[in-house]
Ligand binder design. Structure first.
Ligand code: BEZ
Length: 208
């Protein structure tokens, strides 16, 4: 059965570019951006790895550890990282899992035979410090992911956890947020001291 939002992210122990990773221990109290790739030395993947490395400060500011995966060996990954650094003008330091036997790809349902029998699709799992899966995305091999959206979604999840709010379409950090209908006006007064704009009784917007 595929993994669903709210499930505990399956734990695993596996080789990586920084040695053996025991996933839950490695994660500690951080969030995780766990993302898979079809293969090393491929063009779209090279740009995605580079973009993740370029955004290392933005991930760290959000207490997020990036973790890549592809189904090649750690030695191959390490050779590929040299190309990523050279071509994408970055210094890639986050680990890449070496899932040569598809163990983790199987656990996380990253092989979609309609795309490929032998390579992982571009899966994203955003995992919180309680090891719960909070958001998933799946992209085909031909389409690189949008890293603005990945950071935006992490911002939205973290702001929602902190404030009990929900985010409107295309929300970005700093925009107004939604007071969920499950929160009464009485309770909202304590939770959202800036007050709110009520477009409909079920659509209340506020600033956090
Ligand atoms: C790529 O990363 O460019 C790629 C990998 C596998 C299939 C298609 C594209």
């Amino acid at each position: 059965m595929s993994l669903r939002l709210g499930n505990t992210a399956p734990d695993f122990t596996i080789d990586s570019t920084v040695g053996t990773i025991r996933f839950h221990d490695w994660l500690g109290d951080s969030w995780c951006f766990f993302f898979s790739h079809p293969a090393d030395f491929t063009p779209v993947c090279t740009t995605e790895m580079g973009r993740t490395a370029q955004l290392s400060r933005q991930f760290a500011e959000r207490n997020v550890k990036p973790l890549g995966l592809s189904t090649d060996s750690a030695a191959e990954h390490l050779r590929w990282i040299e190309d990523v650094n050279d071509t994408q003008n970055c210094q890639l330091e986050f680990p890449i899992v070496a899932d040569e036997n598809f163990e983790v790809a199987g656990l996380y349902d990253m092989i979609h035979p309609g795309e490929s029998e032998t390579a992982a699709v571009r899966s994203v799992f955003i995992i919180d410090p309680n090891k719960k899966i909070r958001l998933t995305m799946t992209y085909p091999m031909s389409v690189g992911r949008n890293f603005d959206e990945i950071l935006r979604a992490i911002d939205a999840l973290q702001a929602s956890d902190k404030n009990g709010c929900a985010m409107p379409a295309d929300w970005r950090a700093g925009d107004k947020v939604i007071i969920p209908p499950s929160i009464s006006n009485e309770d909202a007064k304590g939770m959202f001291p800036n007050g709110w704009e009520e477009l409909r009784p079920y659509l209340r917007l506020t600033e956090i």
